[in-house]
Design a protein around this ligand. Structure first.
Ligand code: NDP
Length: 333
């Protein structure tokens, strides 16, 4: 294919920020491949989204071993599109993957053991055809494996040259601190921490975000649009082909309750007053805190991606808007 990236892709439309106390810049919006890049999805759309993202300054793509369906197919499909179009731009791109959720049969295909992580990164390198990942994550604390075992595996993955940096995802606060301390004392500081954050899930505000910031690691948030709920798409029911309607989608229809939609409609009105779509306002809202390095969005079309990227044009909130949103979320309005 004769893809030529847009020459103006770094012309200032996408801001970049240092990831914690590292020298690595990340775009404030990153693209995730959890949905829409599996074997069940349209590959032309997948290609168009990846290239549109790169053309507009998104230099970071987020994967995991099990993204699909089928598990592993998002990595394989990404690898194919990457090698056909983007391989000459490898040094302009940050690619992450993860291991820790169920991936293959038997006792070693799940969890955070050294056995799982070591086998998984080799599988991920093979599926994507990459020589190395930029970031490799422990996808979760599994409740059993000692932190030292998982973190030493991450250290060794970097020392073997299979990843440049490491991160953790969804670790509870107490384990988060142990992980940072172990990695620091073994010469491979934790680059980045990945947690869910959106207007409807603010649990990181309690401790994970401040702990990460105190330890100098970057913070990247997933599902900033609450899987699509924080857009205008569910205001009039559940549209065909939306994530909530698809059998392979992770979003349950039962999550979209009248109470939620009542709040979404009010938030939508605030967004309109700001001259934004709700998706744009929801993204601006998670990025209002400078400790948040980047928000990983998903999209199922180039149109959604284009809509979301316009969030960059209006990131600031007035105190009144912030208060208004707080009251809506509390159900006081
Ligand atoms: P979002 O909250 O951004 O949801 C994305 C979905 O919302 C899209 O697929 C689309 O769904 C809908 N949408 C997006 N933009 C618009 C728009 N402008 N208008 C209307 N609908 C829109 O993020 P995700 O939940 O997809 O998560 C993002 C990434 O975060 C993942 O790909 C993954 O990389 C990472 N992640 C990490 C996890 C972890 O455990 N570390 C867990 C989950 C995600 P539709 O199909 O309905 O069109």
């Amino acid at each position: 294919m004769n893809y030529q990236p847009a020459e103006d892709r770094y012309n200032g439309q996408m801001p970049y920020t240092y990831c914690g106390k590292s020298g690595l810049l990340l775009p404030r919006i990153s693209l995730g491949l959890w949905h829409n890049f599996g074997d069940v999805d349209d590959q032309q759309t997948a290609r168009d989204m990846l290239l549109y993202a790169f053309d507009h300054g998104i230099t970071h793509f987020d994967l995991a071993n099990n993204y699909g369906p089928a598990p592993g197919s998002a990595e394989r499909n990404f690898g194919k599109i990457f090698h056909e179009n983007l391989v000459s731009y490898r040094d302009e791109i940050i690619i992450s993957t993860k291991a820790g959720h169920s991936m293959w049969n038997g006792p070693y295909g799940d969890g955070s053991s050294r056995k799982n992580l070591m086998a998984s990164i080799d599988q991920s390198l093979k599926r994507t055809g990459l020589e190395y990942f930029d970031i490799f994550y422990s996808h979760r604390y599994d409740g059993v494996t000692p932190i030292e075992e998982t973190m030493q595996a991450l250290v060794d993955i970097v020392k073997k040259g299979k990843a440049l940096y490491v991160g953790i995802s969804k670790y509870p606060a107490e384990k988060q601190v142990l992980a940072y301390n172990y990695l620091n004392s073994h010469g491979v500081p934790c680059l980045i921490s990945q947690y869910r954050y959106n207007m409807f899930d603010r649990s990181i505000e309690q401790d994970n975000l401040s702990i990460a910031s105190q330890h100098g690691t970057g913070f990247i948030v997933f599902s900033p649009l609450a899987q699509g709920i924080l857009t205008n798409k569910y205001l009039k029911g559940i549209p065909e082909n939306s994530r909530a309607s698809r059998p392979t989608g992770f979003l349950q229809r039962s999550t979209i309750t009248p109470e939620i939609i009542n709040k979404v409609a009010k938030l939508n009105a605030v967004a309109e007053l700001r001259g934004q779509s709700l998706a744009q306002m929801a993204l601006a809202w998670v990025l209002r805190d400078n400790r948040i390095t980047s928000a990983i969005i998903g999209s199922s079309s180039v149109g959604q991606l284009a809509d979301n990227l316009k969030a960059m044009q209006h990131l600031n909130f007035s105190e009144e808007e912030i208060q208004n949103i707080e009251q809506i979320l509390l159900g006081n309005q």
